[in-house]
Design a protein around this ligand. Structure first.
Ligand SMILES: [Cu+2]
Length: 116
């Protein structure tokens, strides 16, 4: 009977520990303005940060897919990182200064299209 109790406690303890351990990765997609593969590199590089496992931008669909640790980062922080790099997201608009720092061919607000 005593052993049963011990086993029970150990089981509960093991379960509790495993809950706290693995980082909780979540994958989300949202709209980001951009035009080309240069934009893709820039956006993905902006998200090359701790707590972000993977970031993939699709310039044709204007969709960014991010896998991140939702315990460490808030969704809005992902938008901010992209906006700081000069790209508007569906929640955060890039500052004019950040936008103007982009190469001319990447000026998506003017409908720029480039081939690279
Ligand atoms: Cu571009």
């Amino acid at each position: 009977m005593k052993n049963m109790k011990k086993l029970f406690i150990i089981t509960i303890a093991a379960m509790t520990m495993s809950f706290g351990k693995p980082p909780k990765y979540e994958t989300i997609s949202f709209t980001v303005e951009g035009t080309c593969s240069m934009c893709k590199d820039r956006i993905e590089e902006a998200l090359d940060k701790r707590g972000i496992r993977k970031a993939t931008y699709n310039p044709d669909e204007k969709t960014l897919t991010v896998t991140y640790n939702s315990k460490k980062l808030e969704e809005i922080q992902l938008h901010n990182l992209v906006a700081i790099a000069g790209h508007d997201t569906e929640l955060v608009k890039a500052s004019n200064a950040a936008y103007m720092a982009l190469p001319d061919c990447c000026h998506y607000r003017e409908g720029a299209k480039c081939d690279h």
